[in-house]
Structure formats: structure tokens, C-alpha cells
Design a protein around this ligand. Structure first.
Ligand code: SF4
Length: 215
């Protein structure tokens, strides 16, 4: 806090406005329109986001804002729908240049391989936009970038379609998807719903326990 102004609160409010403005608009009641980003991550998390949402601790991060902000620029891409019979799958890439699809992400360190959810997302977008090649560009805090290219694969897209159908059915039947334990859980706002309370008070050291039993 400086003077009478609470700058931390002002920054938090500003980021909240930006993230809610760029976030995909999802109608929780429309169980036949599924957004691609809902099925390339934990289905249980996406289910809670529709049925009993809690604010995410990570949705104001640069990683989640960069793509949607690029989509708003004149070079940005518009969203598209892919029909799966009665279900519509919606996706949006960040940019298309020379028929190559781009998505932009951030990464703290250089990755050996792209994140699985990013591959699934890009691959599905290649089918949704009817393109063959795509690139995931990771930007790091030091201003560097590294990228991975991908040629679309049918088996991977079929797996995404299977997840879309499962998610739509579970929403219609009001059934909570199974746990999908992964590193994502540690930053997930639903951790305590899925597992246990994170804080259990002060920890007891083995040495203290032995000491008290010897008295
Ligand atoms: S804690 Fe893990 S399993 Fe539970 S909703 Fe979040 S990401 Fe999914």
C-alpha cells in the first residue's frame, strides 16, 4: 500500500477485468456446445467450472492471457465450430500465417517436449480449421522463444472427439467426471474437493516425537 491507494487491489482488479474479457464465453446450460479447452485438460475441472465454479488461481497468469490477447489483434484468428452431429466443438487458434496455425504459450524453462494439453489443442485445431501444419511457440520470462511443429494426426483427434462426447454426456447426466491426477492438480482451485485439505497445521518432526516418548 502506498499513500491512500491500494495498488495491489487495483492491479488485481485490472487483471480480473482483462481475464474475464478475453476468456471464452461458455453457456453452462448448453451441454451440446463444448469448448476445446474444456476437454484438453482435466474433465473434472471443466465440469466444476460449469456447475459449481470457483475462481482460478492461475487464470490471470500471462500464460492464459497471451493467446486470447493475440486473438484480439488484427492478425488474430476468429473462433471456429466443428460439427459432431448433435454436438458442436468450438476452438480458436491465435494466428494463421501462410496456412500454418500458431498457438502461443509461456514456459519457465526450455521444454524437451510440448505440454500434452497443448499438442491435443493444436492437433484438434488443425482439424477444426482444416489445416495440416501447426506450431506451438513458447515464450519465456527472459524474452526468448522456442517452438515445436506438428503435422495433424487422426488418432489423436479421435481421442479428443471421444473426450468431447464423454464430457457432453456427463454434463447432461449430471455426473462428476473421474479424477485425472496430474501436476495440474497442485494449482487447481478444486484440489480440496478432489483430495484433502492442503494445510494440516504445524508439522511434527520425528526428533520431537522420539524426544517426547523418552520422557
Ligand atoms: S484437483 Fe486435479 S483431478 Fe481434481 S479437478 Fe483439479 S485437476 Fe482435476
Amino acid at each position: 500500500m502506498m499513500g491512500d491507494r491500494n495498488y495491489r487491489q487495483t492491479i488485481t482488479d485490472a487483471l480480473k477485468h482483462i481475464s474475464s474479457d478475453v476468456a471464452p464465453k461458455i453457456d453452462p446450460e448448453d451441454k451440446k456446445t463444448i469448448h476445446l479447452y474444456e476437454v484438453v485438460r482435466c474433465l473434472r475441472r471443466s465440469y466444476y467450472d460449469r456447475t459449481d465454479p470457483q475462481e482460478s488461481r492461475t487464470n490471470k497468469s500471462f500464460n492464459t492471457l497471451i493467446g486470447p490477447l493475440l486473438q484480439k489483434t488484427p492478425y488474430g484468428s476468429k473462433d471456429r465450430e466443428f460439427s459432431l452431429g448433435e454436438i458442436k466443438l468450438k476452438g480458436q487458434v491465435d494466428m494463421i500465417v501462410d496456412d500454418i496455425v500458431f498457438i502461443f504459450k509461456t514456459a519457465d524453462e526450455e521444454l524437451q517436449d510440448p505440454y500434452a494439453s497443448d499438442i491435443l489443442y493444436l492437433n484438434a485445431c488443425l482439424w477444426i480449421y482444416d489445416k495440416v501444419e501447426g506450431i506451438i511457440v513458447y515464450l519465456n520470462k527472459k524474452g526468448g522463444e522456442f517452438s515445436f511443429s506438428l503435422v495433424r494426426g487422426q488418432n489423436m483427434f479421435e481421442e479428443t472427439i471421444r473426450r468431447v462426447r464423454v464430457f457432453s454426456d456427463l454434463l447432461s447426466e449430471k455426473k462428476v467426471p473421474i479424477l485425472e491426477p496430474s501436476p495440474e492438480c497442485t494449482t487447481c482451485q478444486y484440489y480440496e474437493k478432489c483430495f484433502i485439505k492442503k494445510k494440516v497445521g504445524s508439522t511434527l518432526s520425528l526428533q520431537r516425537l522420539i524426544g517426547s516418548s523418552e520422557k
